[in-house]
Design a protein around this ligand. Structure first.
Ligand code: PEP
Ligand code: MN
Length: 334
Protein backbone atom coordinates (compact mmCIF):
# COMPACT_ATOMS: atom_id res chain seq x y z
CA UNK A 1 0.00 0.00 0.00
CA UNK A 2 1.21 3.55 -0.63
CA UNK A 3 0.07 6.88 0.75
CA UNK A 4 0.97 9.95 -1.29
CA UNK A 5 1.26 12.98 0.97
CA UNK A 6 0.30 16.55 0.11
CA UNK A 7 3.26 18.76 -0.95
CA UNK A 8 3.27 21.01 2.14
CA UNK A 9 3.43 18.15 4.68
CA UNK A 10 6.09 18.88 7.33
CA UNK A 11 8.83 16.50 8.46
CA UNK A 12 7.23 16.34 11.90
CA UNK A 13 3.88 15.22 10.42
CA UNK A 14 5.65 12.58 8.30
CA UNK A 15 7.48 11.32 11.38
CA UNK A 16 4.25 11.09 13.44
CA UNK A 17 2.40 9.24 10.69
CA UNK A 18 5.33 6.90 10.17
CA UNK A 19 5.54 6.05 13.92
CA UNK A 20 1.81 5.35 14.00
CA UNK A 21 2.08 3.01 10.98
CA UNK A 22 5.14 1.24 12.44
CA UNK A 23 3.19 0.68 15.64
CA UNK A 24 0.69 -1.32 13.52
CA UNK A 25 3.53 -3.75 12.73
CA UNK A 26 4.29 -2.47 9.22
CA UNK A 27 7.59 -1.68 7.52
CA UNK A 28 7.52 1.95 6.44
CA UNK A 29 9.50 3.27 3.45
CA UNK A 30 9.62 7.02 3.01
CA UNK A 31 10.51 8.39 -0.39
CA UNK A 32 10.83 12.14 -0.71
CA UNK A 33 10.39 13.20 -4.32
CA UNK A 34 10.75 16.66 -5.83
CA UNK A 35 7.13 17.58 -5.00
CA UNK A 36 5.46 14.70 -3.17
CA UNK A 37 6.49 12.35 -0.38
CA UNK A 38 5.38 8.75 -0.82
CA UNK A 39 4.97 6.48 2.19
CA UNK A 40 5.22 2.81 1.23
CA UNK A 41 3.86 0.17 3.57
CA UNK A 42 5.03 -3.45 3.54
CA UNK A 43 3.50 -6.21 5.63
CA UNK A 44 -0.07 -7.12 6.53
CA UNK A 45 -1.77 -3.93 5.36
CA UNK A 46 -5.24 -5.50 5.77
CA UNK A 47 -5.11 -4.12 9.33
CA UNK A 48 -4.96 -0.56 8.04
CA UNK A 49 -8.21 1.35 7.84
CA UNK A 50 -7.92 2.88 4.37
CA UNK A 51 -10.72 5.39 5.00
CA UNK A 52 -9.03 6.60 8.16
CA UNK A 53 -5.74 7.06 6.29
CA UNK A 54 -7.29 8.91 3.36
CA UNK A 55 -9.26 11.07 5.82
CA UNK A 56 -6.02 12.52 7.25
CA UNK A 57 -5.38 16.11 6.24
CA UNK A 58 -1.86 15.47 4.97
CA UNK A 59 -2.81 12.49 2.76
CA UNK A 60 -3.55 13.11 -0.92
CA UNK A 61 -4.20 9.52 -2.11
CA UNK A 62 -3.93 5.93 -0.90
CA UNK A 63 -3.38 3.03 -3.31
CA UNK A 64 -2.94 -0.70 -2.88
CA UNK A 65 0.01 -2.13 -4.84
CA UNK A 66 -1.11 -5.16 -6.78
CA UNK A 67 2.38 -6.37 -7.79
CA UNK A 68 4.06 -8.87 -5.42
CA UNK A 69 7.26 -6.78 -5.36
CA UNK A 70 6.84 -3.81 -3.05
CA UNK A 71 10.16 -2.22 -2.06
CA UNK A 72 11.51 -2.61 -5.60
CA UNK A 73 8.34 -1.08 -7.05
CA UNK A 74 8.52 2.32 -8.72
CA UNK A 75 5.18 3.18 -7.10
CA UNK A 76 6.97 3.08 -3.72
CA UNK A 77 9.80 5.27 -4.88
CA UNK A 78 8.87 7.39 -7.91
CA UNK A 79 12.39 8.77 -8.48
CA UNK A 80 15.27 6.61 -9.77
CA UNK A 81 17.38 5.11 -6.99
CA UNK A 82 21.03 6.10 -7.14
CA UNK A 83 23.43 3.63 -5.51
CA UNK A 84 26.74 4.98 -4.21
CA UNK A 85 29.73 2.81 -5.03
CA UNK A 86 33.12 4.08 -3.84
CA UNK A 87 33.91 7.28 -5.73
CA UNK A 88 31.08 6.78 -8.23
CA UNK A 89 27.35 6.06 -8.29
CA UNK A 90 24.98 3.92 -10.32
CA UNK A 91 21.53 5.01 -11.52
CA UNK A 92 19.78 8.28 -12.25
CA UNK A 93 21.79 10.41 -14.65
CA UNK A 94 25.10 8.65 -14.01
CA UNK A 95 26.34 6.20 -16.63
CA UNK A 96 28.23 3.18 -15.35
CA UNK A 97 30.81 1.34 -17.42
CA UNK A 98 32.05 -1.85 -15.78
CA UNK A 99 34.81 -3.69 -17.60
CA UNK A 100 37.33 -6.42 -16.93
CA UNK A 101 38.10 -10.07 -17.51
CA UNK A 102 35.64 -12.91 -17.09
CA UNK A 103 38.09 -14.42 -14.58
CA UNK A 104 41.02 -13.05 -12.67
CA UNK A 105 43.92 -15.19 -13.93
CA UNK A 106 47.04 -13.61 -12.44
CA UNK A 107 48.20 -10.26 -11.10
CA UNK A 108 49.82 -8.99 -14.32
CA UNK A 109 46.70 -9.83 -16.35
CA UNK A 110 44.27 -8.03 -14.06
CA UNK A 111 46.57 -5.02 -13.60
CA UNK A 112 47.12 -4.61 -17.35
CA UNK A 113 43.41 -4.87 -18.11
CA UNK A 114 42.44 -2.57 -15.22
CA UNK A 115 44.83 0.15 -16.39
CA UNK A 116 43.64 -0.14 -20.00
CA UNK A 117 39.91 -0.07 -19.25
CA UNK A 118 40.33 2.86 -16.90
CA UNK A 119 42.12 4.81 -19.65
CA UNK A 120 39.19 4.01 -21.99
CA UNK A 121 36.63 5.39 -19.52
CA UNK A 122 35.56 2.43 -17.37
CA UNK A 123 34.14 3.48 -14.00
CA UNK A 124 34.46 0.05 -12.32
CA UNK A 125 36.57 -3.08 -12.70
CA UNK A 126 35.02 -6.54 -12.90
CA UNK A 127 36.71 -9.93 -12.55
CA UNK A 128 35.51 -13.34 -11.45
CA UNK A 129 37.30 -15.02 -8.54
CA UNK A 130 34.62 -17.64 -7.80
CA UNK A 131 33.45 -18.95 -11.17
CA UNK A 132 30.17 -20.82 -11.72
CA UNK A 133 31.30 -23.10 -14.58
CA UNK A 134 29.06 -25.59 -16.36
CA UNK A 135 31.78 -28.26 -16.09
CA UNK A 136 33.45 -29.10 -12.77
CA UNK A 137 36.64 -29.81 -14.75
CA UNK A 138 36.92 -26.23 -16.05
CA UNK A 139 38.85 -23.43 -14.33
CA UNK A 140 36.93 -22.55 -11.15
CA UNK A 141 38.62 -19.21 -10.41
CA UNK A 142 41.44 -18.15 -8.09
CA UNK A 143 39.01 -17.63 -5.19
CA UNK A 144 40.46 -15.62 -2.25
CA UNK A 145 43.72 -14.99 -4.17
CA UNK A 146 41.70 -13.60 -7.08
CA UNK A 147 39.90 -11.17 -4.77
CA UNK A 148 43.29 -10.05 -3.37
CA UNK A 149 44.47 -9.32 -6.95
CA UNK A 150 41.35 -7.26 -7.62
CA UNK A 151 41.94 -5.29 -4.42
CA UNK A 152 45.51 -4.53 -5.57
CA UNK A 153 44.20 -3.36 -8.96
CA UNK A 154 41.69 -1.14 -7.15
CA UNK A 155 44.49 0.41 -5.09
CA UNK A 156 46.53 1.16 -8.21
CA UNK A 157 43.73 2.42 -10.48
CA UNK A 158 41.18 3.75 -7.98
CA UNK A 159 38.45 1.77 -9.77
CA UNK A 160 35.81 0.19 -7.48
CA UNK A 161 35.64 -3.60 -7.95
CA UNK A 162 32.79 -6.00 -8.77
CA UNK A 163 33.07 -9.74 -8.24
CA UNK A 164 30.70 -12.68 -7.89
CA UNK A 165 29.76 -14.50 -4.70
CA UNK A 166 28.59 -18.11 -4.86
CA UNK A 167 28.38 -19.02 -1.19
CA UNK A 168 27.33 -16.86 1.76
CA UNK A 169 30.09 -18.50 3.84
CA UNK A 170 32.59 -16.54 1.72
CA UNK A 171 31.16 -13.13 2.70
CA UNK A 172 34.10 -12.22 4.93
CA UNK A 173 36.35 -12.31 1.83
CA UNK A 174 34.24 -9.53 0.27
CA UNK A 175 34.92 -6.79 2.85
CA UNK A 176 36.91 -4.66 0.40
CA UNK A 177 34.81 -5.57 -2.63
CA UNK A 178 32.65 -2.60 -3.65
CA UNK A 179 29.84 -4.44 -5.48
CA UNK A 180 28.93 -8.07 -4.87
CA UNK A 181 27.62 -9.82 -7.97
CA UNK A 182 24.92 -12.49 -7.78
CA UNK A 183 25.28 -14.40 -11.04
CA UNK A 184 22.49 -15.68 -13.28
CA UNK A 185 22.78 -19.16 -11.82
CA UNK A 186 22.21 -17.92 -8.29
CA UNK A 187 19.43 -15.43 -8.96
CA UNK A 188 17.00 -17.65 -7.07
CA UNK A 189 19.38 -18.90 -4.38
CA UNK A 190 17.08 -17.45 -1.74
CA UNK A 191 19.28 -18.26 1.26
CA UNK A 192 22.16 -16.37 -0.40
CA UNK A 193 19.83 -13.44 -1.21
CA UNK A 194 18.60 -13.30 2.40
CA UNK A 195 22.17 -13.26 3.68
CA UNK A 196 23.06 -10.40 1.29
CA UNK A 197 19.98 -8.57 2.55
CA UNK A 198 21.63 -8.42 5.96
CA UNK A 199 24.67 -6.55 4.53
CA UNK A 200 24.75 -2.99 3.25
CA UNK A 201 26.91 -3.75 0.21
CA UNK A 202 25.72 -2.79 -3.28
CA UNK A 203 24.53 -5.96 -5.02
CA UNK A 204 24.62 -6.50 -8.78
CA UNK A 205 21.77 -8.94 -9.37
CA UNK A 206 21.87 -10.70 -12.75
CA UNK A 207 18.74 -12.06 -14.40
CA UNK A 208 18.57 -15.86 -14.37
CA UNK A 209 19.04 -17.86 -17.56
CA UNK A 210 15.32 -18.51 -17.90
CA UNK A 211 13.69 -16.10 -15.49
CA UNK A 212 10.96 -13.56 -16.01
CA UNK A 213 11.30 -9.91 -15.07
CA UNK A 214 8.84 -10.48 -12.24
CA UNK A 215 11.07 -13.24 -10.85
CA UNK A 216 14.11 -10.94 -11.12
CA UNK A 217 12.25 -8.23 -9.19
CA UNK A 218 11.11 -10.76 -6.57
CA UNK A 219 14.76 -11.76 -6.07
CA UNK A 220 15.62 -8.08 -5.58
CA UNK A 221 12.74 -7.96 -3.09
CA UNK A 222 14.34 -10.78 -1.07
CA UNK A 223 17.47 -8.66 -0.60
CA UNK A 224 15.48 -5.50 0.11
CA UNK A 225 13.21 -7.25 2.61
CA UNK A 226 16.34 -7.86 4.72
CA UNK A 227 17.11 -4.13 4.74
CA UNK A 228 19.63 -3.80 1.90
CA UNK A 229 18.19 -1.50 -0.76
CA UNK A 230 21.44 -1.09 -2.73
CA UNK A 231 20.56 -3.19 -5.73
CA UNK A 232 21.58 -2.88 -9.36
CA UNK A 233 19.60 -5.05 -11.80
CA UNK A 234 21.42 -6.63 -14.75
CA UNK A 235 19.92 -7.95 -17.99
CA UNK A 236 22.38 -10.52 -19.41
CA UNK A 237 20.33 -12.34 -22.02
CA UNK A 238 17.96 -15.27 -21.62
CA UNK A 239 17.69 -18.77 -23.09
CA UNK A 240 15.71 -18.98 -26.30
CA UNK A 241 15.66 -21.48 -29.19
CA UNK A 242 18.33 -19.43 -31.03
CA UNK A 243 21.76 -21.08 -31.20
CA UNK A 244 23.88 -18.56 -33.14
CA UNK A 245 24.10 -16.45 -29.99
CA UNK A 246 24.91 -17.74 -26.49
CA UNK A 247 21.71 -16.12 -25.16
CA UNK A 248 19.19 -13.63 -26.52
CA UNK A 249 19.52 -10.08 -25.21
CA UNK A 250 16.10 -8.94 -24.06
CA UNK A 251 16.38 -5.24 -24.95
CA UNK A 252 12.76 -4.66 -24.01
CA UNK A 253 13.61 -5.67 -20.43
CA UNK A 254 15.39 -2.31 -20.02
CA UNK A 255 12.43 0.08 -20.43
CA UNK A 256 10.11 -2.47 -18.82
CA UNK A 257 12.25 -2.78 -15.67
CA UNK A 258 12.67 0.98 -15.55
CA UNK A 259 8.93 1.40 -15.61
CA UNK A 260 8.29 -1.25 -12.97
CA UNK A 261 11.14 -0.40 -10.62
CA UNK A 262 13.24 2.51 -9.37
CA UNK A 263 16.37 0.34 -9.24
CA UNK A 264 19.18 1.01 -11.73
CA UNK A 265 19.31 -1.31 -14.75
CA UNK A 266 22.55 -2.25 -16.46
CA UNK A 267 23.21 -4.61 -19.37
CA UNK A 268 25.86 -7.27 -19.97
CA UNK A 269 26.17 -7.64 -23.76
CA UNK A 270 29.10 -10.09 -23.39
CA UNK A 271 27.19 -12.97 -21.77
CA UNK A 272 24.07 -12.00 -23.73
CA UNK A 273 25.75 -12.77 -27.06
CA UNK A 274 28.83 -14.88 -26.35
CA UNK A 275 30.44 -13.25 -29.35
CA UNK A 276 32.91 -10.33 -29.26
CA UNK A 277 31.65 -9.03 -32.64
CA UNK A 278 28.14 -8.58 -31.27
CA UNK A 279 29.13 -6.73 -28.10
CA UNK A 280 29.36 -3.26 -29.65
CA UNK A 281 25.98 -3.25 -31.47
CA UNK A 282 24.22 -4.72 -28.43
CA UNK A 283 25.94 -2.26 -26.08
CA UNK A 284 24.71 0.60 -28.28
CA UNK A 285 21.18 -0.85 -28.40
CA UNK A 286 21.14 -1.16 -24.61
CA UNK A 287 22.20 2.45 -24.11
CA UNK A 288 19.62 3.68 -26.61
CA UNK A 289 16.96 1.68 -24.75
CA UNK A 290 17.77 3.49 -21.50
CA UNK A 291 20.30 1.31 -19.64
CA UNK A 292 22.04 3.03 -16.73
CA UNK A 293 25.24 1.20 -17.53
CA UNK A 294 27.03 -1.69 -19.17
CA UNK A 295 29.20 -4.55 -17.98
CA UNK A 296 31.64 -5.75 -20.63
CA UNK A 297 34.25 -8.53 -20.57
CA UNK A 298 37.71 -7.36 -21.64
CA UNK A 299 40.86 -9.49 -21.90
CA UNK A 300 44.41 -8.54 -22.88
CA UNK A 301 44.76 -11.84 -24.79
CA UNK A 302 41.26 -13.16 -25.60
CA UNK A 303 42.59 -16.14 -27.59
CA UNK A 304 44.26 -17.50 -24.45
CA UNK A 305 41.65 -16.48 -21.85
CA UNK A 306 40.88 -19.20 -19.28
CA UNK A 307 37.18 -18.40 -19.57
CA UNK A 308 34.90 -16.72 -22.15
CA UNK A 309 37.64 -15.69 -24.62
CA UNK A 310 35.28 -15.69 -27.64
CA UNK A 311 33.10 -12.96 -26.11
CA UNK A 312 35.95 -10.90 -24.63
CA UNK A 313 36.98 -7.61 -26.20
CA UNK A 314 40.58 -6.45 -26.47
CA UNK A 315 41.26 -3.19 -24.60
CA UNK A 316 41.35 -1.39 -27.99
CA UNK A 317 37.95 -2.77 -29.01
CA UNK A 318 36.57 -1.80 -25.59
CA UNK A 319 37.84 1.76 -26.06
CA UNK A 320 35.90 1.89 -29.36
CA UNK A 321 32.71 0.68 -27.66
CA UNK A 322 33.16 3.27 -24.89
CA UNK A 323 33.50 6.00 -27.51
CA UNK A 324 30.36 4.91 -29.39
CA UNK A 325 28.43 4.73 -26.12
CA UNK A 326 29.45 8.29 -25.25
CA UNK A 327 28.19 9.46 -28.65
CA UNK A 328 24.81 7.81 -28.08
CA UNK A 329 24.55 9.29 -24.60
CA UNK A 330 25.35 12.75 -25.96
CA UNK A 331 22.75 12.34 -28.74
CA UNK A 332 20.13 11.28 -26.19
CA UNK A 333 20.77 14.43 -24.13
CA UNK A 334 19.93 16.70 -27.06
C1 PEP B 1 29.79 -13.30 -15.04
O1 PEP B 1 29.37 -12.14 -15.16
O2 PEP B 1 30.96 -13.58 -14.72
C2 PEP B 1 28.87 -14.43 -15.25
C3 PEP B 1 29.20 -15.67 -14.93
O3 PEP B 1 27.70 -14.07 -15.82
P1 PEP B 1 26.25 -14.73 -15.73
O4 PEP B 1 26.00 -15.02 -14.28
O5 PEP B 1 25.37 -13.68 -16.30
O6 PEP B 1 26.29 -15.97 -16.56
MN1 MN C 1 32.19 -14.65 -18.38
Amino acid sequence: MIAVLKPQTSDKQIENLSSWLKAQGLDVHISKGSTHTVIGLVGDTSKIDEDLLIGLDMVETVKRISEPFKSANRKFHPDDSVISVGNTSVGGKDFTLIAGPCSVENEEQVMEIATAVKAAGATMLRGGAFKPRTSPYDFQGLKADGIEMLIKAKKVTGLPIVTEIMNANHLSLFDEVDVIQVGARNMQNFELLKELGRTNKPILLKRGLANTLKELLMSAEYIMAGGNENIILCERGIRTFETYTRNTLDVSAIPMLRELSHLPVIVDPSHATGNAKLVKPMAMAAVAAGAHGLMIEVHNDPAHALCDGPQSLTPAAFAEVAMSVRKILAAMEE
